[in-house]
Write a new protein. Structure first.
Length: 275
């Protein structure tokens, strides 16, 4: 102990320098978006590899349960979308539908890319989810991420083989949502419980009853009519506490949604042009 004290006294200036350097780095990364993004980009490959190995070691514990759950999720998703079940339950699902945006008829093509969750935090102010798919699998920034039961988040960072999604359980995350009559509000996390969100902006003339379903409106990253949860409690005349349909505590597999929209009007107009 005496030698340790002598060592600290002898090199105290060096130790103080290291401490101040660490404090400065924390302040820089915390308060500057560019440095924070650069740090995340440089570390996601390393962390992705680490979480991948960790997932392999721990994945066998509930392997049967997880596999059964995954097949049920795929079957339920395909049934909801009207897609025939393939022999391979992990094969990508693709479907198209016509939507109207700004009075223009558009054809939206959606591809559901299955991904395994390698790491998932739920107890931070801003939470992230690491996935085992990256740019090789067609993942791009801002793609929506869902589970078989509801919304999960959106892709924030992408490397060749891994990606990181900003979880819905984050104070910077809002989802445009609607109730059964089409009224649109804003859904956000309450910052406390990973099981609940707050739906705000609902007019007082619209009354939600307990267990009324809430869906995505289609405005934003998520396709429309994806279940987000059910009304649990009235907070005031315009806000409701929503029980989220996604269980973030047991998130093993998700789907990343790749969306491509073709404007039919633009196609017709382009076809009339003379080269």
């Amino acid at each position: 102990m005496r030698n340790l004290i002598l060592l600290i006294k002898q090199f105290h200036s060096f130790f103080i320098f290291l401490l101040l350097e660490l404090v400065c780095l924390i302040i820089v990364f915390k308060n500057n978006n560019y440095q924070q993004s650069s740090y995340i980009n440089s570390s996601r490959n390393v962390s992705g590899t680490f979480y991948s190995q960790k997932s392999k070691l721990t994945g066998f514990i509930n392997l049967t349960e997880v596999n059964d759950s995954l097949m049920k999720e795929n079957a339920a998703l395909r049934k909801e979308l009207g897609i025939t079940m393939d022999v391979n339950p992990l094969k990508d699902s693709t479907f198209s539908k016509e939507i109207h945006v700004d009075s223009s008829l558009q054809t939206a093509h959606y591809t559901y890319i299955p991904a395994k969750v390698l790491n998932n935090t739920i107890d931070q102010t801003i939470n992230y989810i690491t996935l085992n798919v990256g740019s090789k699998q067609g993942i791009k920034k801002n793609m929506a991420v869902i589970s078989a039961n509801g919304i999960v988040g959106r892709i924030s960072h992408v490397s060749e083989n891994y990606s990181v999604a900003l979880s819905f359980l984050s104070d910077r995350f809002n989802v445009s949502s609607m109730v059964s009559d089409g009224t649109v509000g804003k859904l956000s996390w309450d910052g406390k419980d990973p099981d609940y969100g707050i739906l705000s902006g609902i007019p007082q003339s619209v009354k939600l009853k307990p267990r009324d379903s809430v869906f995505t409106s289609g405005f934003g990253n998520f396709p429309e009519k994806i279940l987000v949860g059910k009304a649990a409690q009235v907070l005031n005349g315009t806000s409701y506490k929503i029980y989220l349909s996604t269980n973030f505590r047991k998130l093993h597999f998700v789907y990343v949604i790749a969306e491509e929209i073709d404007l039919e009007r633009k196609k017709i107009e382009d076809s009339t042009q003379v080269n």
